[in-house]
Ligand binder design. Structure first.
Ligand code: EPU
Length: 293
């Protein structure tokens, strides 16, 4: 797959963000552009600077809670989706590439390295920002470098070792750098072995609920698991408005119908309070919050 799309930049106004998040929650974005190339990103950045409005990159919408009040700036929906073979085992991948499509593509080509990311519903860029993955296979493990755009319009490459990756964390959560693409290293492996690894990752996720959520709400603390603490604080099934803590896995909040971001936020506060009260453990959100809360 080597795709270089040359499609027009889609520019919308007052777009409902609930349509673009898996949670199905969130007010409108003042401006909403669907970007498919570096040129589009640059145009968006220029526009936001000219209008003096904030700029936000939305990936798959799988790890985000958008405020009911929406976002009074420019949201760029990242569909910069392409894969290009470089020399040897190296590939360059657009940051808007869907993770599942990339894993399917790699499997087809007998390329291994991404199996631990199976089942994550997002884009390469989003996965890099939050260093998605599981113990033993985080996306940072296959990255060589990341190409970014700064708020000043500069484009440069950051080596993996300079991206400050750790559990669910990277420099991109604070730096404001926009990820354009990434260079990854994949290795040849028998297809059956790749498929076995994918199966094994997916089976580990069998205890996760389906439905409208943002994945795990909290990071695991230094000791123990957020899901365990929440469960043992008796929070499974707790509901505020249309937001409910899953009975299957306590680190998931589900939009069971008509949930408002304020419902989710109240549940988040309740979770933190109860876990601190019972175990003396502080939980920190894993999800990204967008807009005013
Ligand atoms: N647990 C409970 N009750 C619950 C949920 C979990 O007691 O309601 C216990 C489990 O029995 C287990 C421990 O807590 O002993 C950990 O649970 P699990 O195996 O489900 O793993 P996790 O730490 O909750 C992490 C990632 C997931 C990833 C899975 C699978 C975090 C915050 N979560 O879940 O990532 O899919 O491992 O590898 O790191 C995400 O980041 O959005 C996400 C879903």
């Amino acid at each position: 797959m080597e795709v270089c799309r040359d499609m027009p930049l889609i520019k919308l106004e007052n777009e409902k963000l609930c349509k673009h998040t898996i949670f199905g929650i969130g007010g409108k974005a003042k401006y909403f552009w669907v970007v498919r190339s570096e040129k589009d990103f640059l145009e968006g950045l220029e526009f936001s600077r000219k209008e003096k409005i904030p700029f936000f990159v939305l990936g798959g919408g799988s790890n985000i809670l958008v405020s009911d009040e929406g976002f009074k700036g420019l949201v760029v929906k990242n569909e910069n989706d392409w894969t290009k073979k470089l020399d040897k085992d190296f590939w360059e991948v657009g940051s808007g590439t869907n993770l599942k499509h990339l894993i399917d593509f790699a499997t087809d080509q007998n390329l291994s390295g991404l199996e631990g990311l199976s089942g994550i519903p997002g884009t390469v860029g989003g996965a890099i920002v939050g260093n998605a993955g599981t113990e033993g296979n985080f996306i940072s493990d296959v990255l060589e470098s990341i190409r970014v755009l700064t708020g000043n319009g500069e484009i440069f490459k950051i080596d993996q070792k300079d991206a400050d990756f750790s559990y669910r964390s990277s420099r991109f959560q604070k730096s404001g750098e926009i990820i354009l693409s990434a260079r990854i290293k994949l290795e040849k492996l028998e297809k059956e072995e790749i498929e076995r690894k994918i199966e094994s990752t997916i089976s580990i996720r069998k205890n996760q609920p389906k439905g409208r959520s943002a994945g795990c709400i909290f990071k695991n603390p230094e000791k123990g698991f957020a899901g365990w603490y929440l469960d043992h604080a008796g929070l499974k099934g707790a509901q505020i408005g249309g937001a409910k803590i899953s009975k299957k896995h306590a680190n998931f909040i589900i939009n069971v119908g008509g949930a408002k971001s304020s419902d989710v936020l109240q549940l988040i506060h309740l979770c933190k309070e109860k876990v601190r009260e019972k175990f003396g453990v502080g939980l920190e959100e894993e999800i990204v919050l967008l807009g005013k809360f």
